[in-house]
Design a protein around this ligand. Structure first.
Ligand SMILES: [Fe+2]
Ligand SMILES: [Fe+2]
Length: 318
């Protein structure tokens, strides 16, 4: 594929902005493939935030205390905010928000496969905060320096909130680990369920990642999938020790020569199955989103009617 316009001046300008580590802004000329890649990446990220509200939203009405309910509610609302923020960033590239939502509902665009796993106990809420938000932070901190300005700036705010999410999850787990043997068992079991899917969040191994090389050249991404996955493993091991849980990988051990932890082989066939729609909750997640979208139609219509009235100078609408 090639850029739609091949103006050497514009291309040169684009290349030199990237080379100087400066940001690309909405009005700048970009190659068609850069725009397409950026829209795909931001849309997938936005969809993940929105679908990601479901597994934890599942526990809001059953949180064990008012304090836990308030924290969880705030966290899930943050995720909604991240999604909306990112849809706006995609719009600066010419994407249409309604179309993006339809792509999600119709399964034409992906979201993070991690959200296709169920949340079986309240410990899952803690482990999602600790591991899933933790992996999201590893992925997203380098994106604060992504070459596309609106995305990079969105990431700065989102990462601050993700770091709150991770702490709330870890604090919840620490509390449960100080509780009864049954509570400690719940934490261990939730850790066992989420560890491997969390490692899959970084995407396929570098050798099989079709987008990585171009995304690195355009400075959209700053590190490869495997580099980020290693960083996450190294970060999580001491956290698991402090918590008193075992990570479910017998091959996990410190490698002094590499200065990193070695870890076992990821089951990529499971990853492929979940990504291609056959995870435990794929159908449920998309159906729920579709229903919410349909039930929200009257809100969108009312908002559009209100905006049209305001634009028409009708004082009653103010
Ligand atoms: Fe988020
Ligand atoms: Fe989060």
């Amino acid at each position: 594929m090639t850029a739609t316009v091949s103006d050497p001046d514009l291309e040169g300008q684009f290349e030199s902005t990237i080379a100087r580590d400066q940001r690309i802004e909405p009005r700048d000329w970009v190659p068609a493939d850069y725009r397409k890649t950026m829209i795909r990446m931001i849309a997938q990220h936005a969809h993940s935030e929105i679908i990601g509200m479901q597994p934890e939203g599942n526990w809001i009405t059953r949180a064990p205390s008012l304090r836990r309910k308030a924290i969880l509610l705030a966290k899930v609302q943050d995720e909604a905010g991240h999604g909306l923020y990112l849809y706006s960033a995609a719009e600066t590239l010419g994407a249409d928000r309604t179309e993006l939502t339809e792509n999600l509902i119709e399964g034409k665009q992906k979201y993070s496969s991690i959200f296709n796993y169920p949340t079986l106990t309240f410990a899952d809420v803690g482990v999602i905060g600790w591991l899933v938000d933790g992996a999201a932070i590893c992925n997203q901190v380098p994106l604060c320096r992504s070459s596309y300005g609106p995305y990079a700036r969105a990431m700065i705010r989102i990462c601050k909130e993700e770091s709150f999410h991770q702490r709330q999850g870890y604090e919840l787990l620490l509390t449960m680990m100080k509780g009864t043997p049954a509570q400690r068992k719940m934490v261990q079991e939730a850790t066992d369920r989420w560890w491997w899917p969390s490692l899959m969040m970084f995407g396929p191994p570098d050798a099989d990642s079709s987008h990585t090389a171009q995304s690195m050249a355009w400075k959209i991404k700053r590190h490869t999938n495997d580099e980020l996955r290693q960083r996450f493993v190294d970060m999580s091991v001491p956290q698991a020790e402090a918590l008193g849980v075992t990570l479910p990988d017998p091959e996990l051990k410190w490698n002094a020569e590499r200065g990193h932890h070695d870890f076992g082989e990821i089951d990529w066939s499971e990853f492929k199955a979940v990504v291609s729609g056959n995870g435990p909750c794929n159908a449920q997640r998309t159906a729920h989103r579709k229903k919410a979208h349909e039930q929200g139609a009257w809100v969108r219509e009312a908002a559009a009617a209100y905006a049209a009235k305001r634009a028409g100078g009708d004082d009653d609408a103010r």
